[in-house]
Design a protein around this ligand. Structure first.
Ligand code: NAP
Ligand code: ZN
Length: 360
């Protein structure tokens, strides 16, 4: 086992974790430093952590900004095990959660409007970022415990299964936020592209918000699941005849695809003034013809996770509508195999690590 060292003037203690040492190496057991609590900090003993495709992109440096060693994981649910002296909203024993961010400047216009994901100074990501207190890298949820500022910690509503709640912290909020922002609801025809971790949450939310939901998938084996999860219709996107039936009919399409694909094929399906919003973040740029946008005054947009207040709202929405993620639980020792399966679209529909397995 290696130990991940970090130089900092802030007191830290070592905890167990899984890290990749560079873009080519597998994740393996390590020790990482966690800071001792500041007055406004909350410490969680991590129970469950979802496996997002963003973890894989960053472990393999596909986005070209990874800091090594890297401890991924930003879909975290755990029990509060300590609180700083100024913490008001959490007590030891509470079930709590942390998503993709742990800090931001707090004073720019975006932060003031609860959009820390769009912080002018750049927010501090749960992992692969720089901790403002220690100056050392942040480490994510593939670990025993985590310390974060109270204002970035979420309450897990009663009645939600903690393991199946973990993916809501990224896959959930990333699909909920754009559907709310573009006011998706009854009377709208809404497409969701890709039935993966994000896409399956997008289908559930769009359905719960009252839209007519169409899933686009490349996987014939997911047609029945797509319907079971809430899609009114499922289209095999590789079949041009099926795609042609939907030309000029969509109000809104949410693209959740992790790899190269043709955006023009989806822009063509939008009505006049319709919007294609991208949340999937493939490694490579994707080509867009201007003539996919100009004739129908169409919009191509992006969206990044959601605000902290909005994430809490999404969790309450899930409790009210009985929505959680479809999960396959894994031991941390199986994480490298899980990444290979994720690349083959062989997961229904989110891997969740049971962190008890760190001690096996
Ligand atoms: P995932 O579980 O691997 O799902 C991706 C889905 O994309 C697959 O299930 C598959 O669906 C489809 N797909 C994969 N390869 C494809 C290809 N070559 N052509 C067409 N479709 C393909 O990944 P995820 O965790 O949901 O993440 C999806 C993407 O969103 C990733 O790039 C991730 O980094 C990004 N992300 C963005 C944000 C944000 O804030 N914007 C937040 C989290 C994640 P079918 O089998 O149904 O075709
Ligand atoms: Zn994620």
């Amino acid at each position: 086992m290696t130990t991940t060292t970090a130089t900092s003037k802030v007191a830290t203690r070592l905890v167990d974790a899984f890290a990749a040492q560079d873009a080519k190496s597998a994740l393996a057991a390590t020790k990482i430093p966690r800071r001792e609590l500041f007055a406004d900090d909350v410490q969680l003993d991590i129970l469950f952590c979802g496996v997002c495709h963003s973890d894989l992109h960053q472990v393999r440096d596909e986005w070209k900004f990874s800091i090594y060693p890297i401890v991924p994981g930003h879909e975290i649910v755990g029990r509060v095990s300590a609180v700083g002296s100024a913490v008001k909203k959490f007590k030891v024993g509470d079930m709590a959660a942390i998503g993709t961010m742990v800090d931001s400047c707090g004073v720019c216009p975006s932060c003031k409007e609860d959009y820390p994901q769009y912080c002018d100074a750049g927010n501090v990501q749960t992992y692969n970022s720089q901790d403002k207190h220690t100056g050392t890298p942040t480490f994510g949820g593939y670990s025993e415990s985590i310390v974060a500022k109270e204002s970035f910690v979420l309450h897990v509503p009663e009645g939600l299964d903690p393991a199946a709640t973990a993916p809501l912290l990224c896959a959930g909020i990333t699909t909920y936020s754009p559907l709310k922002h573009w006011k998706v609801g009854a009377g709208h025809k809404v497409g969701v592209v890709g039935l993966g971790g994000l896409g399956h949450m997008g289908v559930k939310f769009a359905r719960a918000m009252g839209a007519h939901v169409v899933l686009f998938t490349t996987s014939p084996g997911k047609i029945e699941d797509g319907k079971r999860l809430g899609a009114h219709e499922v289209v095999l996107s590789k079949n041009p005849d099926e795609m042609a039936k939907h030309v000029n009919t969509f109000d809104f399409i949410l693209d959740c695809v992790s790899a190269d694909h043709d955006l023009n094929a989806y822009l063509k399906l939008l009505k006049r003034d319709g919007t294609l919003t991208i949340v999937g973040a493939p490694e490579n740029p994707q080509a867009v013809s201007m003539f996919s946008l100009i004739p129908g005054r169409k919009s191509l947009a992006g969206s990044c996770v959601g605000g902290i207040g909005e994430t809490q709202e999404m969790l309450e929405f899930c409790a009210k509508h009985n929505i959680v993620s479809e999960i396959e639980m894994i031991d941390i020792a199986d994480i490298n195999t899980a990444y290979e399966r994720l690349l083959k679209q062989d997961v229904k529909y989110r891997f969740v690590i049971d962190l008890k397995s760190l001690k096996k």
